[in-house]
Design a protein around this ligand. Sequence first.
Ligand code: AMP
Ligand code: MN
Ligand code: MN
Ligand code: MN
Length: 332
Amino acid sequence: MSSLRAGPRQQSGSVKVGHLKAVVEPDAMPEIDLHSHSRYSDGSLAPADLVALAARAGVKALALTDHDAVAGLTEARAAAAVHGLCLINGVEISAAWNGHNIHVVGLQVDPENPILRDGLARQAGARALRARHMADKLEALGMTGVYDGVLALAQSPDAISRTHFSQWLFANGHVSSIQQAFDRYLGPRKPASVPMPWASLEDTVSWIRAAGGVAVLAHPGRYPLTRTKMRGLIAAFRQAGGEAIEVATATEKPDMVQYLGRLSVELGLLASQGSDYHGTPAPWIALGNFPRLPAGCTPVWTAWGWPVDGLPACMATDVATGSVPVVAEALS
Ligand code: AMP
Ligand code: MN
Ligand code: MN
Ligand code: MN
């Protein structure tokens, strides 16, 4: 069994977050990956293959967080039982805030909750409509077979993402890279852009909380915001009932990880971590591979009773004996 400790220890500390007071053991915990995508949104793998890959990579607790969808969780849960991995029910919800497209991750949500399901169904409907409009715009530019081509890459019409459009544009020689697809066609105010009626930040947080989950502001460093505006976003998120920010993701620069870690402590928010794995759309990202949480952060998993320094000891033991599925089921 691999050690739960991934590297040399950093300095321990103590921090108070709401009702929680915890002694912080800020070791990296690549065994806990709280952000990933499957084919049910814009990831390339089926949930069962994603879970199998995560297990092979040494991940012991994985949150599947598909964009505006919980449809992959059943398949992922069955695979998690086979591979002795703890699956955390997750979702990444698209939200609108001050004209920006913001992502809010929900962790430990009940995927059957009707409030969450209703909200996600509205978002999915908007996705399906947008895909038609985007395809029409690209056809108006002279491209052919756009809608059918994009749909063939997606799990269903209401799961079509701009990622699928970028893949289609690249595969059909209209752009020379995925990034160019966003720069030329798919980014804000570009020719194939269609403004989306995403739910408000407040609504997305309230759906997650209604479903018993913890709301996490996803990758705050990736939005085109000044640090002042980022603080404004985090304040609005907290005001809405958000409890955590994603401090460590694979794409965040080291300076930003440190800054977000300090902000989480200063503002009394829990800290989350995850790879944001998509598979082939972002092949440079690997499951379980992201920076460690900075010293002083209180990890988000303390919200569901796991120890600050990672997985419950019983789970680590049971991974060794191969009997983790029962424990994982009880924990997640
Ligand atoms: P959507 O939710 O359909 O608007 O698509 C957003 C997704 O597109 C994000 O989750 C990313 O996976 C992907 N994406 C957004 N911007 C870029 C970019 N510049 N390069 C590559 N992928 C991107
Ligand atoms: Mn994505
Ligand atoms: Mn995101
Ligand atoms: Mn994501």
